[in-house]
Design a protein around this ligand. Structure first.
Ligand code: FMN
Length: 367
């Protein structure tokens, strides 16, 4: 029977346990996206805290695809040496780190990037006030290449793999969404066409990094937006990615416009409220049984993890907010202090980061 604290492998990458730090924007990079000492310290604390795999915050692959202040850049070779300091610091502490790569598309912020916003179609993203310009086919090819170059840079920088950000309404999920992709060329219309960009980006990365470098995706199972992506779309893309050799899928959902059904839901105070994307993970597992799934969203207790693990649907358990408050939660659980994560799921961790101070638990110390 699978156990939480056992060693496993994803395409040759050995992980000491099944706990994952889900990608978390720290808001601590320099204005140009360079790595800072504070960013390195956060990853060190996570590695020291015993999480099996760290997934970095979302790193932008093109300058116009930047969304947030303090976001990490990976769009140029000059960032490689800074990124290397992160992977080295993690490896020295026995940790593993995968870099998440993103183009935020219509959810990029021109006030932050200084550049006009682009998206599959000139359709506003729910919750955003920018009307993006529709991408030309040539520009789609250039962005695909930017994803490839970003993945190659992360490999050079000593990262243990890459994760495509195909969730939360960013560019990859914009292409899949019938609401936000209204193109009439080979990238829009039918489900086959809407899935094309994700498959092409994945396949081009795979060609460039080789078969033995882990390439994963965080995928929205459902956007929880009227007329947008549902399990019908996400399972279709997941099957194509599985056939093409994806190494793992992290199951998420929601977008910033999805209200209470967003990716990071508030008030996870009961066991029943935990693991809110598990129903979607079940559907994805049925579609792609051979792909190891990571489950994110409201995971807070060992009891819930164990209840899910025995069902054989999910192999890894990903957390974001709990590890902001308690980076050493995995170690605490392993050492026998099994009380649930102290995170209050209040989303207060975003507030200091939006002011440029970086993420922090604003309720630390409260029971
Ligand atoms: C401060 C903060 C930053 C986040 N940044 C990212 C990110 O960079 N990439 C990503 O895929 N998800 C990001 N997320 C979403 C989380 O990875 C995760 O999917 C969500 O918070 C639900 O998990 P949780 O209940 O364990 O927090 C962020 C969440 C928070 C709270």
């Amino acid at each position: 029977m699978a156990e939480l604290f056992e060693s496993t492998e994803i395409n040759g990458l050995r992980l000491e346990n099944r706990l994952v730090r889900s990608a978390t924007w720290e808001g601590m990079a320099d204005d140009d996206g360079s790595v800072t000492p504070r960013l390195i310290r956060i990853q060190e604390e996570l590695a020291e805290g015993g999480v099996g795999l760290i997934i970095s915050s979302y790193m932008y692959v093109c300058p116009e695809g930047k969304q947030n202040i303090g976001q990490i850049a990976v769009h140029d070779d000059r960032f490689v040496s800074g990124l290397e300091t992160i992977s080295e610091a993690v490896h020295e502490r026995g940790g593993r780190i995968v870099g998440q790569i993103v183009h935020c598309g219509g959810q990029s912020d021109p006030r932050v990037s200084g550049l006009p916003t682009v998206a599959p179609s000139a359709v506003e993203s729910p919750g955003y006030r920018n009307l993006p310009a529709a991408l030309s086919e040539d520009r789609i090819q250039e962005i695909t290449e930017a994803f490839v170059l970003a993945a190659v840079r992360l490999k050079r920088a000593g990262f243990d793999g890459v994760q495509l950000h195909g969730a939360h309404g960013y560019l990859l999920s914009q292409f899949l969404s019938p609401l936000r992709n209204q193109r009439t060329d080979r990238y829009g219309g039918s489900l086959e066409n809407r899935a094309r960009f994700g498959v092409e980006v994945y396949s081009a990365i795979r060609m460039a990094v080789g078969d033995d470098f882990p390439v994963m995706i965080k995928l929205n199972s459902n956007d929880f937006l009227e007329g947008s992506t549902t399990e019908k779309d996400s399972t279709y893309l997941a099957k194509l990615l599985a056939e093409a050799g994806i190494d793992s899928i992290e199951v998420s959902g929601g977008t910033p416009g999805s209200g209470p059904l967003g990716a990071a839901r508030p008030d996870i105070i009961s066991t029943e409220a935990e693991a809110y994307f598990f129903p979607q993970a079940r559907i994805l597992h049925e579609a792609v049984p051979s792909v190891p799934l990571m489950l994110v969203g409201g995971i807070r207790s060992l009891g819930k993890i164990e209840e899910i693990l025995v069902q054989g649907v999910v192999e890894y358990f990903s957390m974001s907010r709990p590890l902001i408050r308690e980076p050493s939660l995995p170690k605490r659980w392993k050492e026998g202090d099994t009380h649930r994560a102290e995170c209050k799921s209040c989303l207060g961790c975003f507030r200091p980061a939006r002011k440029g101070e970086g993420i922090r638990c604003v309720r630390k110390g409260e029971q």
